[in-house]
Design a protein around this ligand. Structure first.
Ligand code: XIL
Length: 345
């Protein structure tokens, strides 16, 4: 069964693409991408540290390939991401002495960055994650360099610059843990503010990086509804479900038994136990049931990677673990529950 055909009437089904992992070295992965997905998003190559590593020096090779690949396969192409506090080069915020630049200079750098990147792919990238992760879990603005130097205006400005560069591109705000009530409310407040100011915003992205236990379906449902009530598209932008314990909890653990400690960080190194695979499948089915229920509100569901070996979750928040967060395994075979997802529509 083919994923994108099963969901053809519901929403785009997408995957993040990482150039090196996908088509240059990995024909098995590209085969899956081309067979099952009708949307792609750039996992890394469009982030500011890669696309403008030094001021005024743009590196477009990878992003060009990414867009050309999507066009070749008639995919819905999403650019990720224009303004984000993370994976941004240090020069963006500093002068030659290493001090923070002025508000005017940072706004000018944002304008130049956004105009250059968005206009290069005008009419080819269909939607942009314009601003990523600007709201904290408590609903307040993240105290990023953008916020500290410019103030909350950096967000409407980013949307305005993107709109100037490609008036037809869809423009999104994207964030994680959007089912946390305070955060959801913060994002709704932000979107309303943009709308009241006449700033074009077309969609709100729920990243949906999950684990086997956290994030409630009821709260996720509320988020879908509250976002859709704003009259924007709702999209699942970076879905994966980690099976590993949260490594942050182990930090500072006393190392009396290093083997046990290593195992606790990478418990399923050899293979994923059957009961965990079952749980993973149930979790995916639960979320997809919800997405199908709200198919009129949800325009796209994107997985953050193709096969388990490529997932960032193997290296986050600590390096070198063996995670199983995606729909396809390390051999690019669909997991046992794949057919259950197909059967939902
Ligand atoms: C991750 C990539 O998957 C990794 O390869 C990279 O090292 C770090 O960033 N939220 C986002 C994504 O919006 O851009 C992040 O992607 C995952 C969390």
């Amino acid at each position: 069964a083919v994923f994108k055909e099963a969901y053809a009437e519901q929403f785009y089904v997408g995957t993040a693409l990482n150039l090196v992992q996908i088509w240059e070295r990995n024909p098995a992965a590209s085969k899956v991408v081309e067979e099952h997905f009708n949307s792609i998003v750039a996992e890394n190559c469009m982030k500011s540290m890669f696309i403008q590593p030094r001021e005024g020096e743009f590196y477009f090779k990878d992003a060009d390939q990414f867009v050309a690949y999507g066009e070749k396969h008639h995919m819905h192409i999403v650019g990720h991401t224009l303004i984000w506090h993370s994976q941004a080069p240090r020069w963006f915020f500093s002068d030659k002495e290493g001090n923070d630049v002025s508000r005017e200079v940072l706004i000018e750098r944002m304008r130049s960055h956004i105009h250059t990147v968005v206009s290069r792919y005008k009419g080819r990238v269909h939607g942009w994650d314009v601003v990523n992760e600007a709201i904290l879990d408590n609903g307040e603005y993240r105290k990023s360099k953008f916020y500290e130097i410019i103030g909350e205006d950096f967000i409407p400005l980013a949307f305005q610059f993107a709109h100037e560069a490609d008036p037809d591109a869809e423009l999104y705000y994207n964030d994680y843990s959007t089912s946390i009530p305070a955060k959801r409310e913060g994002i709704v407040r932000l979107a309303k503010k943009l709308q009241d100011a006449g700033v074009k915003i077309d969609g709100l992205g729920m990243q949906e990086h999950h684990g086997l236990t956290h994030a409630s379906l009821e709260e996720t449902e509320k988020t879908i509804n509250d976002f859709a009530d704003l009259g924007v598209k709702v999209m699942v932008t970076e879905m994966d479900i980690s099976v590993l314990p949260n490594a942050r909890r182990h930090r500072g653990a006393e190392l009396t038994d290093t083997a046990a400690y290593a195992k606790s960080l990478d418990p399923y190194k050899e293979s994923l136990p059957e009961d965990k695979m079952k749980k993973l499948g149930e979790r995916y089915v639960d979320f997809f049931k919800l997405y199908v229920k709200y198919q009129d509100k949800i325009s796209r569901v994107t997985l953050w990677g193709v096969g388990d070996a490529d997932s960032w979750k193997n290296d986050w928040p600590i390096e070198g673990r063996t995670d199983y967060p995606l729909l396809f395994d390390r051999n690019y075979e669909p997991k046992p529950f794949f057919e259950d997802l197909i059967d939902l529509t």
